[in-house]
Design a protein around this ligand. Structure first.
Ligand code: ZN
Length: 178
């Protein structure tokens, strides 16, 4: 098996505990926010070392599947040289949707840690729990609510700012305070 330290394009980043790993996921979410994307970020950690990072790039890639988790899982598979990641933990700022939870199962990810719950699309405890369904061929433990307030605030502030911005083509557009 390849050494995650030398294989990773992000070698040197350590995440000793759940909160420090989640802070790195939050940093990824902020990168998405700066690009005008819904701020969701993820990191994959193996034995305390970050092997992959990702943030939502749905707009930039014009790709409905470009969620933070999928980007991070793809990068982790390349870094680890394996599609199976039973010794990996995925940290993500928002509870994964059904698509991403399915990818966690497909990748045999060892553990999931998420920040804010998603009552509208969450598939790891809120609407479903695809991580703990014995009918599927892999189950993984889930730790919810790590830095949940901070992760949730990123999203609520993003959507509040979006609502405050006039839509293009409306009368308010172009009228800005001097
Ligand atoms: Zn997703």
């Amino acid at each position: 098996m390849s050494d995650p330290v030398t294989a990773s394009p992000h070698s040197g980043l350590m995440a000793a505990d759940d909160e420090s790993a989640m802070r790195l996921a939050i940093a990824e979410a902020r990168i998405a926010e700066l690009a005008g994307e819904v701020p969701v970020g993820a990191v994959v950690v193996v034995e305390g070392i970050v092997v992959a990072r990702g943030h939502n790039e749905r707009e930039r890639q014009t790709d409905p599947t470009a969620h933070a988790e999928l980007i991070a899982i793809r990068e982790a598979a390349r870094a680890l040289g394996s599609w199976r990641m039973e010794n990996a933990t995925l940290y993500v700022t928002l509870e994964p949707c059904p698509m991403c939870a399915g990818a966690l199962v497909a990748a045999r990810v060892g553990k999931l840690v998420f920040g804010a719950a998603d009552p509208k699309a969450g598939a790891c405890g809120s609407l479903y729990n695809l991580c703990a369904d014995p009918r599927l061929n892999h189950e993984l433990p889930v730790t919810p609510g790590v830095l949940a307030d901070e992760c949730g605030a990123l999203l609520s502030e993003f959507f509040a700012a979006l609502r405050a911005t006039p839509e293009p083509g409306t009368a308010a557009q172009g009228i800005k305070p001097a």
